[in-house]
Every structure is written in C-alpha cells, then in structure tokens.
Design a protein around this ligand. Structure first.
Ligand code: ADE
Length: 244
C-alpha cells in the first residue's frame, strides 16, 4: 500500500515513521509512505499557502491552488482515497482502519489554520476522517494516528506474537488484562487460572474479562455484538456501573 501525506509541517510526521512497527512495515515493503510539504506546491514570491476568508471571520484558510497542485502531482487513480483529516469527519474506528488497509493508494491531506477552501473538499476529497471530538492545531498528528492504525493491521506487518487479532476493538470488545512474571508481585498475585495451562479455561477467562472491561468502561460497544445468555448473566453479575 502507498500512502502520500500532504502537510505544512512534515517534520511532525517524518520522525514517527522511522521507528518500530511503521519502520519495519516500510522496510519489509508492506507500506510506502511519502510526506510532501504543501509549501513546495505554492507559487509566487512568498510561496504563500493561506489567505483571508471571504466574508470575514477569524483565521486563515488554506488556498485551493497548492492543494490541487499537490494532489494532482500524486496522480491519484480512480480508486485512490483522498482523505482530509478534520474534526468534522467520520470518527475513526478500528473497522475504518481495517477497511482502509485494503486500499492500494491513500492520500492524506492535513489541514492547518481555520481550514481548507471548500472547493478542495468538493472536488478532490473522497473521505473526511476525525480522530476524536477535540480540535488539534493541524492534521499532522491525526494523519499519523491514521497511518499507525492502518499500518499495524496490514497483512504481514505484525508477527504472530504481537498479532492485532486480540487488540481492543478487534472483536468489538476491549482487551482483557495482561500479566507477566513474577506470579506474585508484592503480594499481588496473577489470577490462578492463567497458571494452570488449561487452554479452554484460560480462553473463557480472557473472554469474560474482556466482557467485564467492556461492560464497565464502554457498554456502548456491546450493542455491536451478539451476546449469549451466559454472557448476559455474566455481565449482569459482574458489571458494577448499573448500565446493563
Ligand atoms: N484536525 C484538527 N483536529 C482534528 C481531529 N480531531 N481529527 C482530525 N483532524 C483534525
């Protein structure tokens, strides 16, 4: 998969692409990421990328010409996704990241200042994504968030031992608690069942702990899954938030 990022501050993004999983994904050829500086597509003596809003109001708007030039220079095919990162977009979820991981070419447009000229949205942008209901200073960090969530679910990127299969959200549930050695740390003991080697019981424990966590912290997620009667009984008995 190829991801092109158009940003005014590539220096926010580039260092994070050079470590850990994203670095490995690029080295192994699963992912090609290029970050382009929007200013390189601006013309004129000052290479200005922003201008005052028509109709007045606070803040500057990213001009259409450099954004159109940048996207056109990347020659998006008919299937390319051109995604604008904005708090007005669709909230990013694990499902969206999984769906995007199947694409072959994604172009991410990072906003800055008050926003972008609406004609960029109308003509170039295929999708708008938000990483949460809060406002950041620009789209660079949201672009990184999206690249990271997509990168780690690309086939072959994570080894078996770090598989994304049981991440929080992958099965619409939050992840269960984890323990490592020692079995007794300052009197706090690892749950007995995890030491038994009994795979079936351990799987059930993990599932129930995921249910408990989800029911307690994010009961809204339970609406997306089919619960058995046993699951519902377990939740009623073990969730303390009174919402189930
Ligand atoms: N740009 C600024 N805030 C954002 C957000 N919450 N999500 C995506 N892009 C943004």
């Amino acid at each position: 998969m190829k991801i092109d990022v158009i940003a005014l501050f590539p220096e926010i993004i580039i260092p994070a692409l050079q470590v850990s999983i994203l670095k490995r994904a690029q080295e192994a050829g699963h992912l090609t990421i290029n970050v382009h500086n929007l200013r390189d597509f601006a013309t004129g003596r000052h290479q200005s990328v922003d201008d005052y809003p028509y109709g007045g109001g606070a803040g500057m708007i990213l001009k259409p010409e450099p954004l159109f030039a940048a996207v056109r220079a990347l020659s998006p095919g008919p299937d390319a996704r051109v995604i604008f990162l904005t708090p007005q977009g669709k909230p990013c979820t694990q499902r969206i990241a999984e769906a995007l991981s199947l694409e072959s070419h994604i172009i991410l447009i990072c906003g800055r200042y008050k926003g972008i000229d609406e004609r960029v949205r109308q003509k170039l942008v295929t999708d708008e994504i938000s990483i949460g209901d809060y406002v950041l200073s620009g789209g660079e960090i949201p672009a990184l968030v999206l690249i990271d969530t997509i990168g780690r679910v690309l086939p072959g990127v994570l080894g078996d031992y770090e598989s994304a299969q049981d991440d929080s959200f992958s099965q619409h549930l939050l992840d269960h608690p984890h323990y490592t050695r020692p079995a007794d740390f300052e009197g706090m003991k690892v749950p007995e069942v995890l030491l038994t080697g009994h795979h079936e019981k351990i799987s059930r424990w993990k599932y129930e702990e995921s249910l408990r966590r989800t029911g307690t912290r994010r009961p809204d997620l339970l609406e997306n899954i089919e619960l058995t009667e046993e699951d519902t009984d377990f939740l009623n008995a073990s969730c303390t938030n009174g919402s189930i």
